[in-house]
Design a protein around this ligand. Structure first.
Ligand code: BDP
Length: 327
């Protein structure tokens, strides 16, 4: 009698296990889209691929991420909108396009806001960085974490020796408020253009120059058509990984935690990739015949300083003070 009962219990147990694992197997893998403007071998894009690999691993294959590189899904301003509406699940973008849907985060687009890479990461990894990730929810976006993007410098198709050489030049900027103001303050003419179109704008003379970090200057071949770069390092603008809130709300708490864990590890990986490749890109540019000059940084800082007192950027005041106070 007793052994019959045990047998029955065992049978029930086996049936439960079989049913559960069957359901698990049948639970369809959700394939998510991630938008990226860079090619797959760019350090930031490698960070995306690492993130995708870890999300699949930590969600036991329930979520797979397909990365769409080279602006295949549209410009950064477009994909931020798509993520907001839930058309795509993830996007990795620069902070500048996020400003259109969440203005306060634009404090990270202010010139010379961070004094070094260490200062930048101290801020991003602390309460200020967390505040801005959390508040993306106001725009129906989930801020998952930041990536490194080095320092940005001006480059043009004419020799750039100092601040005066930028006067009157048409400079491509990211379609976002601060970059426009910043370039005006230098006496140049800002032209907002999506990243994927900058090479042809430079090549056809729509603009005379642009500004970006070394890897972007080189991988997009801007260095071919704008070979003079001045190392003014006016901006250290972080990158951000966003998820669509609409998608995020469909996830279990455990899967949300798995995705956050994946992003944390992907960030560590991306920073290493970045640090290994940033200056390699500079060497490649020099080998391709580019002319790189050091800038009198104080001169650029002085020219851009009035931006900090402009009424339209007063919303950043409190945060600027907190960032400056972070040692
Ligand atoms: C690159 C960023 C990318 C931006 C691009 C730009 O990685 O996210 O789209 O600059 O200038 O450095 O638009």
């Amino acid at each position: 009698m007793r052994s019959r009962k045990i047998g029955l219990l065992l049978l029930i147990l086996i049936m439960i296990v079989v049913t559960c694992s069957g359901a698990q197997l049948m639970a369809a893998t959700k394939v998510c889209k991630l938008a990226e403007v860079h090619p797959p071998d760019y350090p930031t894009a490698k960070g995306d691929s690492k993130f995708a690999e870890l999300v699949e691993k930590y969600t036991n294959g329930r979520y797979k991420i397909q990365c769409f590189f080279n602006s295949q899904l549209g410009s950064e301003n477009d994909v931020v909108e798509q993520a907001k509406l839930g058309v795509i699940e993830f996007t990795r973008v620069s902070i500048a396009p996020v400003v259109t849907v969440y203005p306060e985060i634009g404090v990270f687009t202010m010139p010379f806001i961070f004094t070094s890479q260490e200062h930048q990461w101290k801020v991003l990894n602390g309460p200020i960085g967390q505040h801005f990730l959390d508040q993306c929810v106001k725009a129906n976006l989930i801020g998952l974490g930041y990536f490194e993007a080095g320092a940005r410098h001006f480059y043009a198709n004419k020799p750039l020796d100092n601040l005066a050489s930028l006067k009157g030049l048409k400079i491509r900027v990211q379609p976002s408020p601060v970059p426009v103001t910043m370039v005006k303050l230098l006496g140049a003419i800002p032209t907002p253009i999506a990243y994927g179109e900058v090479y042809s704008a430079l090549q056809t003379g729509v603009v005379d120059g642009a500004e970006n970090n070394y890897p972007s200057w080189v991988t997009q071949n801007h260095c071919e058509v704008a070979k003079y770069l001045i190392q003014d390092a006016h901006l250290r603008q972080p990158e951000i990984m966003l998820a669509s809130k609409k998608f995020w709300d469909t996830l279990s708490k455990a899967d949300q935690a798995a995705i956050r864990r994946a992003m944390k590890e992907a960030t560590e990986y991306q920073i290493k990739e970045w640090n290994n490749h940033e200056f390699e890109a500079l060497e490649q540019a020099k080998a391709r015949g580019c002319i790189v000059k050091p800038a009198n940084i104080a001169e650029f800082q002085a020219a851009m300083a009035p931006i900090y007192d402009m009424p339209e950027y007063k919303i950043y005041k409190e945060w600027i003070e907190k960032i400056k106070a972070t040692k």
